[in-house]
Design a protein around this ligand. Structure first.
Ligand SMILES: Nc1ncnc2c1ncn2[C@@H]1O[C@H](COP(=O)(O)OP(=O)(O)OP(=O)(O)O)[C@@H](O)[C@H]1O
Ligand SMILES: Nc1ccn([C@@H]2O[C@H](COP(=O)(O)O)[C@@H](O)[C@H]2O)c(=O)n1
Length: 263
């Protein structure tokens, strides 16, 4: 009798373990399909019972995780007026990236007339760098809104504080860093001819921006060069020639122009 009882208990126990394993397998299969965008919700009513399983999983690091692993992140650096924005527009056209310019995001905030916007305007006039938390918060909102997975982040990170704040607040590392290399004389010439009514396109502010670039941004570029992530491109050539070098870097990443093949 006693041994029969033990057998029954064992059978019930094994049955329970079997059910539990079955649920786990179904849950992970479902989650894996969701991660690959095949389903956005529980595909089958009978699986709804397994949706509470995540409660037993280690808590995810909130929305940070969205930007890790799967996304292609290209930082775009270079001195003021070297042609970052010009090349980014062409990359967007041909490779389907979303272009997030830190300078433009800051300018959009200026235009709202908010207190933060007023503070940003003062930094821009002086050619100084805005506190990193402000820039990174704007970048984070734009990345989350975009729904894209290939980001060109232009004019960022401009100093070590930018870089570390992005790592901390967004949890991101660039796949590569494009660096547009141009002489100061040519950058000054381009900025002075730009004529877009920017508050910082004047000789006095350009000199300050060039100083900030040398003192704060070049060390960030060195950091990525040491990590083997920086791709220096001679930007002192006509737009199309510069872009051919950009294309070469993108093909190294395994990306090809839209229209030729699916990227
Ligand atoms: N390869 C090039 N040759 C000549 N002019 C160029 C070239 N690339 C860009 N320009 C021109 O130089 C000016 C500055 O270019 P752009 O705005 O793209 O620079 P940027 O690096 O994004 O500047 P910033 O850092 O100040 O925002 C623009 O008027 C643009 O048309
Ligand atoms: N990471 C950044 C980027 C920009 N700024 C401020 O905006 C100005 C214009 O930037 P561009 O990228 O358009 O050259 C720049 O001089 C800074 O005042 C910033 O603070 N941090």
């Amino acid at each position: 009798m006693a041994s029969n009882g033990a057998c029954d208990t064992m059978r019930v126990f094994l049955l329970a373990v079997g059910c539990w394993l079955n649920l786990l397998i179904k849950y992970y299969a479902m989650e894996s399909r969701a991660n690959h965008n095949q389903v956005s919700h529980c595909p089958n009513k009978c699986l709804s019972c397994v949706q509470w399983l995540p409660l037993f999983k280690k808590k995810k690091q909130n929305s940070i995780e969205k930007f890790q692993n799967h996304d292609i992140i290209v930082y775009v650096l270079g001195g003021p007026g070297c042609g970052k924005g010009t090349q980014c527009s062409k990359i967007v056209e041909d490779f389907g990236f979303i272009h997030l310019s830190a300078g433009e995001l800051l300018e959009t905030e200026v235009k709202t007339g908010s207190e933060t916007g007023k503070m940003i305007q003062e930094f821009k006039k002086e050619g100084k760098l805005v506190p990193s938390e402000v820039v990174v918060k704007l970048l984070k909102q734009a990345m989350q809104r975009s729904g894209n997975r290939k980001f060109l982040i232009d004019g960022f990170p401009r100093n070590e504080e930018n870089r570390l704040t992005a790592e901390k607040m967004l949890g991101i590392q660039p796949t590569i860093v494009l660096v547009f290399d141009c002489s100061e004389e040519e950058m000054i010439r381009r900025v002075m001819q730009r004529n877009q009514g920017r508050v910082d396109d004047n000789m006095d502010t350009i000199r300050k921006r060039l100083k900030v670039y040398k003192e704060s941004t070049l060390p960030v570029i060195d950091y990525y060069a040491k990590k083997g992530k920086a791709r220096k491109i001679n930007a002192e050539r006509p737009v199309e020639e510069v872009f051919r070098s950009v294309e070469a870097v993108f093909s190294e990443l395994g990306l090809v122009k839209r229209g030729k093949t699916i990227v």
